[in-house]
Design a protein around this ligand. Sequence first.
Ligand SMILES: O=C(O)CCC(=O)C(=O)O
Length: 251
Amino acid sequence: MSIDTARYQADGYLCVPAVFSSTEVAALAAEADRLAGLSALIHSNNLRCRWADHVETGECRFDCFDPVTDLSPVIAEATRNPALLALLEAIYGEPARLFKDKLIYKPPGAPGYDLHQDWLAWDGFPQSFVTVIVAIDAATAEAGATEVYPGLHKAGCLSPADGEFHRLKPEQVASVAPVPLLLAPGDVAVFSGHLPHRSGANRSAHSRRLLYLSYNAASDGGDLRESHYQQFQAWLRGKYAQFGRHGVYFD
Ligand SMILES: O=C(O)CCC(=O)C(=O)O
């Protein structure tokens, strides 16, 4: 696999086809189905579950597990895929460490994601943070593929560095045309934590299941996943409490 790291540095993202075989993709799809059936786990008070309203009916539906690797040895194994780790090592010039792991289902009618950067101004949040998308289903424009703004990662953090999550304004990316990350099952995309991105709704008839795996360079904090999730869940508890929701838990 040849990895165009110069292109990654210039654009802030890279797509690599067929990193996962069709057999591996089939195993990931079966795992995604199995996890979607864990009805005792999928609860609005469970901090690992995220929800989104259907764009037409307004129905609130399950959208994402965050984290997911502790539920699934198959998905945990995918985060250690040798070709994926080689891609990250080429970008970093050193080994990568898993920081965060999400499985986004985005069923038909699910809304898109507002324009944002993934990097957050939290204590210890690694500068080397990148996100890897592993396509389980095809990410098409109709299904709401993630769209990135090439080169704008070079501007660094475009929001106040106050520890809050910020949506970006369209005028902050107006100088650049967005590029949809169109992926076939098994393809991978990697993008910088500072690369602005968004997505549209899923207007197709099929779910658009993608793994969103984030990593940091080993020398930039080492193994941070556990401390990240402690920090993230404390932050979530605070947000829920602001809305009077005190019965939340992590399971
Ligand atoms: O799944 C999508 O459409 C976008 C997800 C995203 O931008 C994110 O999780 O940061």
